[in-house]
Write a protein that binds this ligand. Structure first.
Ligand code: GCU
Length: 665
């Protein structure tokens, strides 16, 4: 049957939509390259000797999208120092891309495309990039029923019920997006792990994903449930010192590697928030981690053992990871890395760094960030997280004197483990735009870029991302970059300024509930545990008169944080119980300053709305409207936070809201 011409055109139209950038639903992320025409392809050449599938992929990307001069790609096995990195040299007539590994060529190809898309000056290129961390890994908190713990972008990308036979095209798109920013590893399942992930059936499903990701340089890891031997195969227990249990893991690991030869290893949440672990059998975290490490060792696998442990005891929650792990320093196998959340409580809008960083000098350590905005307004609030990530990376632990930043403590420049790594909890789901909020894509992007090079500035990363994701128009880039740069601090201001933390509504962690007091609930899950508001003042005394958490920091930080006048005001209520009338550095009382911060947060979000509204001409209608409506939610939420917190705290301070601020409604 002949098609009516109009139908034919329609088909062409829809087929070509993505290429011309009309499908503006955010599904293309920052990868919006336009295919080059046949003429350009003929004029310049992308040359490659190697036939490795990853190298060929690099060639294919450049063949399809590169508009510059001819490129000579070259694998130089001797250039080992480049690791997964690359060297680019070139001018307007030719470009030479060299790498030691095929994946380096792919990363180099994406670098060139990034320069092209951001309209960088490419007349003289001399670039050498070597990643700061060996392993740059996403943690998916995805359950096997496809719900995502703390996920705000729809169900899980992994369609377990269809795998391994049916493969969603998004698996490859996901891998490509990660490769374009240097992410080279992924943990597929939730740290609250179902033992089922280690059954033969699921290993086949995981293998199907690993087979797709491999070409993009991505290794698969799994979260392992410590009770798996008992639950899956009916062993009497899962005691790590029992030979039968050790053998069970050895057999299981062997089975995994038979199907997935480049399997990365296990991530483990043990003896934390009700998860099983070695302490169930009177063993230590080291006993548990080492047993798994021994099983993985022959295959080059790693154990990422989480330090997120705390119990409802008299002891300050913020101190417990340090107390638990420091005595075990030096007892872990060299293929174990302790995975430590950036802050000592739990991914709050602002926390000091966890004092465990730098405190274990004979144990490899890695950072765990959270990209998904569990505590920063889910996928409803615009909060650009690069400044938060940088705050931790750049924080000086003083562990070996000045300059011992968290970045240097973990990137191998101070302490050398078998491998270095950095991780973050992903914000990715099956939503068309992947992350729920268009601007939340920037946080996935920023994590990848910082994992590659932790010295990049938040501004530069925002700049790159905006230019690739939206437009190069300066009238758009400049205000949007400013909005992004201000956004995290705005969230801190309208949610919990000056070091306040964890005053979220119980369990879901979206709105405010500083008054929350669930009878019979765990005290360390109640907001008043953290804010301690009373008639005298506000904040958690972590000095020597309180929990003395300050003593876990190296000098001079212990005394800086410990002094009410030396403590940075952004962390004041984290470390001190401060009288309402305390004089702040600018001469205001604590109470007035608190009010001003809350109000400032609200005003800033209103400012974001105004900024965005003026940019309509630069953005496609769909993304313009979607961001606009999210900002509306954020603006209302900011007022909700401010009113709820100030009215509640006012019942203790009994002081008036400063006259020039917007009144609570
Ligand atoms: C937070 C989060 C939990 C998560 C836990 C973890 O407490 O609310 O959902 O399981 O962190 O990191 O293990």
């Amino acid at each position: 049957m002949t098609m009516l011409p109009i139908k034919k055109y329609l088909i062409y139209f829809f087929f070509l939509l993505p290429f011309f950038g009309y499908a503006e639903d955010g599904s293309q992320l920052w990868l919006r390259y336009k295919p080059v025409d046949a003429q350009t392809q003929k004029q310049r050449h992308i040359r490659l000797q190697d036939k490795h599938e990853t190298a060929l992929l690099a060639k294919q990307e450049l063949d399809s999208y590169w508009r510059g001069p001819s490129i000579e790609m070259h694998l130089d096995k001797k250039a080992k120092r480049l690791k997964e990195g690359y060297q680019i040299k070139g001018d307007t007539s030719a470009v030479y891309l060299t790498a030691a590994e095929p994946i380096g060529l792919l990363y180099g190809a994406y670098h060139l495309l990034r320069l092209q898309e951001t309209k960088a000056d490419m007349r003289h290129l001399y670039i050498e990039e070597i990643p700061d961390y060996d392993i740059r890994i996403l943690n998916h908190w995805d359950n096997l029923d496809r719900t995502v713990e703390r996920g705000y972008a729809g169900y899980s990308l992994w369609r377990w019920e269809e795998l391994p036979h049916k493969l969603s095209p998004r698996y490859e798109e996901y891998a490509r997006a990660n490769a374009s920013i240097g992410i080279n590893a992924t943990v597929l399942n939730n740290v609250n792990a179902s033992p089922q992930i280690l059954t033969g059936d699921y290993i086949q499903k995981v293998k199907a994903l690993a087979d797709i990701f491999r070409k993009y340089g991505i290794r698969v890891y799994l979260s392992a449930n410590f009770s798996s031997p008992k639950v899956l195969d009916g062993l009497a227990d899962s005691d790590p010192l029992r030979k039968e249990v050790q053998d069970w893991w050895k057999v299981k690991v062997k089975e995994i590697y038979q199907h997935i030869p480049d399997f990365g290893g296990f991530l483990v949440k043990a003896n934390s928030e009700g998860q099983p672990g070695p302490q169930d059998y009177g063993r230590t975290h080291a006993d548990g981690a080492n047993m798994l490490a021994d099983a993985l060792k022959p295959y080059g696998g790693l154990v990422m053992w989480r330090a997120f442990v705390y119990n409802p005891t008299e002891e300050d929650r913020a101190k417990q990871a340090y107390q638990e792990f420091v005595p075990l320093d030096g007892e872990f196998r060299d293929n174990v890395i302790i995975q430590i959340k950036n802050g000592p409580v739990d991914f709050q809008p602002r926390e000091p760094f966890t004092p465990l960083f730098g405190a274990m000098k004979h144990t490899a350590q890695m950072i765990e960030f959270q990209i998904t905005q569990e505590y920063l307004g889910f996928s409803n609030h615009l909060a650009y997280l690069a400044p938060l990530f940088k705050e931790t990376l750049d924080a000086d632990t003083y562990s070996e004197g000045k300059g011992s930043t968290v970045a240097r403590v973990t990137d191998g420049s101070m302490f050398r483990g078998e491998k270095t790594a950095v991780s973050a909890v992903a914000n990715i789901g099956e939503d068309t735009n992947w992350t729920g909020h268009h601007f939340a894509q920037a946080n996935w992007y920023a994590f990848g870029r910082l994992a590659w090079n932790h010295q990049l500035s938040s501004e530069d990363i925002a700049n790159e991302w905006i230019r690739q994701t939206f437009t190069n128009a300066v009238d758009f880039v400049t205000p949007v970059r400013q909005m992004m740069m201000d956004s995290r601090e705005a969230v801190v201001d309208y949610m919990m300024p000056l070091g306040l933390h964890h005053i979220f509504a119980f369990d879901h962690h979206y709105g405010p509930e500083p008054w929350g007091d669930r009878k019979g609930g765990r005290p360390d899950w109640m907001p008043w545990y953290y804010h301690n508001a009373d008639t005298i003042g506000l904040g958690f005394d972590r000095t020597a008169t309180g929990s003395n958490a300050v003593s876990q920091y190296y000098p001079p930080l212990d005394s800086i944080y410990g002094g009410i006048n030396s403590c940075p005001e952004s962390l004041l209520l984290w470390f001190h119980h401060v009288p309402w009338t305390h004089t702040m550095k600018n001469g205001r009382t604590l109470w007035d300053e608190l009010c001003i911060h809350y109000d400032r947060g609200v005003q800033q979000v209103r400012g974001f709305q105004k900024t965005w509204d003026k940019l309509q001409a630069h953005v496609d209608q769909q993304r313009f409207l979607e961001v606009q409506s999210k900002l509306k939610i954020q603006s209302k939420d900011a007022v909700w936070w401010k009113d709820a917190c100030l009215l509640y705290f006012q019942t203790f301070s009994k002081m008036p809201i400063p006259y020039d601020l917007e009144r609570p409604v």
